[in-house]
Design a protein around this ligand. Structure first.
Ligand code: PGI
Length: 488
């Protein structure tokens, strides 16, 4: 087995606007659903969200140059950077007319955002915010690095989604976000506008991050603290369908304006069972469909349980972007999904404990399971045959006790996949510096650099030096592997 990474292999980091940008008073973005959600008193008092606020965050909006310096110091040459819809369009864009083609079942088959519409959008857009994104993106690009721009990472403008009112009065009485098919059209307008204004910068595009988390956490696992916390399975399915359509229509729009590859970032699942009887096999099949295939098959083959037969959705992925953290152990159960995640494994462990399989678990209670990364890469390669980049992989580990082994063991699994000619083109770590972790606030620390949130100063964690060593030399010395983490 070779322990070298090819020359073209990208090492880098990923970043998302809402979790990193704010931190200084002039960088606040108050016009989105997540802002409203994490400031809601009921959410805080009930413990659904942490009570930490994103405006106290890392401050990337101001400190991006410094963070780019840190990334370059670690030998990174690629980044996935996010752009916040609510910053670009703080006010509604419904009145900008575009031509939308629908079939009898109200499926959105095409959205045409023409020059006139773009001019109108230009009058509504916040040019200062747009210029700032240009500076941040150019700053990274001009150092000779690869730039992936991601258009949606969970926060929606408040004029499109008012999650508190949706939860209280239902989705018919408030801006309902992805439950409203108009969001598909508005997202296509936003995506087209960004490609029109900033299209010269990205080397690759991503329409959205982990759509599967949006419909599962928002409408099924409502204890996760994700907006709108509206428990309704049919709503989850509707949101999934709209996200699929939004991806496809944004893909079409981007294709008209750019020749650069367009992909989607997906929360991948290494799914396993502990038993192999029929009930477990059936549960695993259901989980595979619901967690992965129903979404990805829709946008690659135009067919799945989420959308039935839709030729207008097929072949809408150039690259797959893989986020991987831990595995899931599947057990059969009589709920509407027909399966659940077993306690004591995967993401269902006690923080800082040892899993039932004897593996260390993160501050979040996520079991370290590096083989799962190899499993998802090979499975996705076999099923979809698309080039891949790992866009997220990392660990909440404030003391940096587990991160060194986490890093090396996962990178080793990437090499294993590379050696078997799985087409994986890069590894972007989550995260470069500590981040605002949605409902969990600042307690979960994913950074290669620790942040002192009072002063915003960044402090190098030892694992950052391991990343640096590997990224700079494109191979890693064997003494980097604690014995128990070899797993090859
Ligand atoms: O939790 C670490 C990161 C987040 O900070 C990113 O925004 C997000 O893209 N993470 C882990 C996952 N996804 C992301 C894996 C799936 C997951 C999402 C939400 C698991 C639990 C909650």
């Amino acid at each position: 087995m070779s322990f070298k990474f090819p020359k073209w292999f990208i090492f880098g980091f990923s970043e998302a606007g809402f979790q990193f940008e704010m931190g200084f008073s002039s960088s606040e973005d108050t016009n989105n659903d997540w802002w409203t959600w994490v400031h809601d008193k009921d959410n805080i008092v009930s413990g659904l969200v942490s009570g930490d606020f994103p405006e106290d965050g890392p401050g990337y909006w101001h400190l991006y140059k410094q963070d780019h310096d840190l990334a370059c110091y670690l030998g990174m040459n690629g980044a996935r950077l996010g752009i916040e819809w609510s910053r670009i369009f703080p006010r509604q864009t419904f009145d900008v007319k575009v031509s939308v083609e629908e079939d009898v079942e109200e499926n959105i088959l095409s959205v045409d955002v023409n020059e006139k519409a773009l001019e109108e959008l230009d009058r509504l857009a916040d040019k200062k915010a747009l210029d700032h994104y240009r500076k941040m993106f150019e700053g990274w690009k001009n150092r000779g690095n690869t730039l992936i721009v991601n258009l949606y990472h969970w926060s929606l403008p408040i004029w499109i989604h008012d999650p508190i009112t949706v939860r209280r009065l239902g989705p018919d009485r408030a801006p309902a976000g992805w439950l409203d098919k108009r969001t598909v059209v508005e997202f296509t307008k936003f995506s087209t506008y960004i490609a029109w204004k900033l299209g010269d910068l990205p080397d690759m595009w991503s329409t959205m991050n982990e759509p599967n988390i949006v419909y599962t956490n928002g409408y099924i696992n409502i204890k996760s603290g994700f907006p709108p916390g509206y428990l309704n399975f049919d709503s989850a399915l509707k949101v999934a369908k709209h996200l699929i359509e939004a991806h496809a229509r944004a893909y079409d729009a981007l294709k008209r304006l750019t020749s650069k590859p367009i992909g989607i970032i997906y929360a991948t699942r290494a799914l396993q069972t502990l038993k192999i009887d029929n009930a477990h096999k059936e549960a695993l099949t259901r989980a595979r469909k619901f967690e992965t295939c129903n979404f990805l098959n829709a946008i690659t083959f135009g067919k799945s349980q989420f959308v039935e037969d839709r030729r207008d959705l097929a072949d809408h992925v150039d690259w797959l972007r893989v986020n991987y953290y831990t595995r899931r152990i599947i057990e059969p159960t009589k709920n509407f999904l027909g399966y659940r995640f077993a306690e004591g494994y995967g993401n269902m462990c006690i923080p800082k404990s040892i899993s039932k399989d004897g593996r260390p678990c993160s501050d979040f209670g996520w079991e370290i399971y590096p083989e799962g990364l190899y499993n998802v890469l090979t499975e996705l390669w076999i099923n979809y045959k698309k080039p891949m980049i790992i866009t997220e992989n990392g660990i909440a580990d404030s003391e940096d006790k587990l991160r060194p082994a986490f890093l090396t063991s996962h990178l080793l699994q990437v090499q294993k996949a590379l050696n078997e000619e799985v087409n994986v083109r890069g590894y972007l770590h989550w995260a470069l510096v500590d981040n605002y972790e949605w409902a969990s606030g600042f307690k979960m620390r994913f950074g290669l650099f620790h942040i002192d949130y009072e002063t915003k100063r960044r402090y190098l964690r030892p694992s950052a030096l391991i990343y640096k060593e590997i990224a700079e030399h494109r191979e890693f010395p064997l003494e980097f592997f604690p014995r128990n983490f070899l797993f090859v």
